[in-house]
Design a protein around this ligand. Structure first.
Ligand SMILES: Cc1cc2nc3c(=O)[nH]c(=O)nc-3n(C[C@H](O)[C@H](O)[C@H](O)COP(=O)(O)OP(=O)(O)OC[C@H]3O[C@@H](n4cnc5c(N)ncnc54)[C@H](O)[C@@H]3O)c2cc1C
Length: 500
């Protein structure tokens, strides 16, 4: 069996209490927590990140997976938010080109919904705000779209980014660990209080209780940020959060073309239909205001709404039989007093509580702008350095993606084309570490199905904190749609055995 080593993976002896001192304790292993841990450790801080479940188990694996400025936000005149999103999009396309890639969007014109000149002007503004970002400009497409009922309808075309959201989280954590951070999954903050100039925290770990102290604390618990404030820290939150559930359907059909479609709805909303995992389509999203952060299951009404929204445009109607999966996440939004959920700003707000040892709480944000959020967070905490603008995420040191994919096919010719592409996109240049000198398929050990080998599983356990089949199938990879229940059970038993 292969043996990987990693400082951040060293297990704790069972039931032993220990006290450690850190500069920065980050609570929450979503995109915001891991981005802050990464920037903090790059800045030379002693960082501990705790995540009570798996990395990206909260909202950060349930997004629409767009690395975007947000064309829609122009309707709310959020020019700065859109500009910052587009600037981050350009940075991420450069520093993580394996997991972030350009994607064309087409918006079939629906005259009764938004007037042609309004959309055209909006796209020109979007182009202008994205100048220098390296993606093609918007244009009008007049060719037929065979997937739509009204095939001849002209459409606007523009480009944005697609991101593997959960892998972005994991790669931020890997980079943080390589810069010295300690990443602990399955580790919850039970409670913490101020003691002089630092925080004393009690953690629930798989090995038992652990006590630590830290000079600074970041509460990046996403939808649970107020729960952490009230219940874990005993502090009064100010009721800043609006929790808005967004649901997606995964349908077992492609709509033709490599582009995504934006489908305007009579209620003013826009639904995305995005090509997903070669032969599937992702349809989302909804906006349902909820009161509890755990209320993250799609309802029957949302499923009906999404099918009807797609069928308003699709020539061959989708039925619930086409749906092979769904997921929902809670947007943790900062309450700006907007009347409806769609109008609440997607901008982030960082609140610094300096009433003793500093505590920074993160409200809102987007996957797209997490790197920038982390830079602002460090600044607010008085930490100097940690600039990640030019720092590739692990595996992202790729100058030319097409040439890299061709190299992978040449160097490991025994991989079938879909597996080679999947591995190259997931691991980037780290694929060399994963596959090493394997010369034939059998060198990769047991096959768990859908191209998932024992060697990849071992890598994910020892280098990326995977502890269960779900961690691998739904967050490190998206192979959950491909394995049978029996294959999942075999995989889970193997993962739990090697994770110990
Ligand atoms: C439907 C939907 C679509 C979206 N689409 C996009 C998009 O296309 N592009 C984009 O840029 N953004 C998008 N977003 C926004 C983006 O997904 C979120 O802003 C982002 O994921 C929030 O990340 P986070 O780290 O704040 O929260 P989370 O990812 O939820 O992470 C918080 C973590 O804290 C952990 N935690 C909670 N309590 C404790 C505790 N006591 N101890 C330890 N850990 C704890 C949780 O387990 C969780 O993993 C979308 C959001 C939704 C819901």
């Amino acid at each position: 069996m292969l043996c990987w080593s990693h400082a951040a993976q060293s297990g704790q002896p069972r039931n032993i209490r220990m006290t450690d001192e850190y500069d920065l304790l980050v609570v929450g292993g979503g995109i915001n927590g891991t981005a802050i841990a990464r920037a903090g450790s790059v800045a030379g801080q002693r960082v501990l990140l705790v995540e009570r479940g798996d990395l990206a188990e909260g909202t950060s694996s349930a997004s629409t997976k767009l690395m975007h400025g947000g064309l829609r936000y122009l309707e709310h005149f959020e020019f700065r938010l859109v500009f910052e999103g587009l600037r981050e999009r350009a940075i991420m396309l450069r520093t993580a080109p394996h997991i972030v890639r350009p994607l064309e969007f087409r918006l079939p014109h629906a005259p009764s919904m938004r007037a042609w000149p309004i959309v055209r002007i909006g796209l020109w503004i979007y182009d202008l705000l994205a100048i220098g970002g390296g993606l093609p400009r918007s244009r009008v497409v007049r060719g037929p779209d065979g997937a739509l009922k009204d095939r001849g309808r002209p459409a606007f075309s523009y480009w944005d980014g697609w991101v593997d959201d959960a892998r972005l989280v994991v790669l931020n954590a890997v980079d943080a660990a390589e810069a010295g951070a300690e990443i602990r999954t399955r580790t919850a903050l039970r409670r913490a209080s101020r003691a002089g100039a630092s925080w004393r925290a009690v953690l629930d770990t798989p090995a038992g209780e652990r006590l630590i102290s830290a000079r600074l604390m970041v509460n990046a618990a996403g939808p649970w940020v107020e729960e952490v404030l009230h219940t874990r820290l005993g502090l009064a939150g100010r009721g800043h959060m609006r929790l808005v559930r967004g649901s997606h359907l995964v349908v077992n059909r492609t709509l033709g073309g490599d582009h995504a479609r934006l489908l305007q709805q009579p209620d003013g909303r826009i639904i995305f239909a995005i090509p997903y995992l070669e032969d599937l389509t992702l349809i989302g999203t909804t906006e349902v205001e909820v009161s509890k952060p755990d209320d993250n299951r799609i309802s029957a009404e949302e499923e009906d709404y999404l099918l009807a929204a797609a069928n308003l445009y699709l020539r061959d109607a989708l039925t619930s039989d086409d749906v092979i999966g769904h997921y929902a996440g809670i947007r943790p939004l900062f309450d700006d007093g907007a009347d409806n959920a769609g109008a609440i700003s997607r901008d982030f707000r960082l609140e610094l509580d300096n009433n003793g040892a500093p505590l920074l709480s993160v409200f809102g944000g987007k996957i797209t702008t997490a790197r920038r959020l982390a830079a602002v967070a460090l600044h607010k905490l008085g930490i100097v350095g940690g600039d990640t603008r030019h720092r590739p995420l692990p595996g992202g040191d790729i100058a030319d993606v097409a040439a890299f994919l061709a190299m992978v096919r040449r160097r490991w010719p025994f991989l079938d084309a879909p597996s080679a592409e999947r591995l190259a996109r997931a691991y980037g240049t780290r694929i060399a570490e994963l596959l090493g000198d394997a010369a034939q398929l059998s060198d990769l050990g047991h096959g768990f199905g859908a191209g998932l080998s024992e060697r990849e599983v071992d890598y994910l356990v020892h280098r990326e904190w995977a502890r269960s089949a779900d961690d691998i199938l739904w967050r490190r990879t998206k192979l959950g749609y491909r394995l049978s229940p029996e294959q999942v059970a075999t995989l889970d038993a193997h993962v739990r055995m090697i994770a110990g």
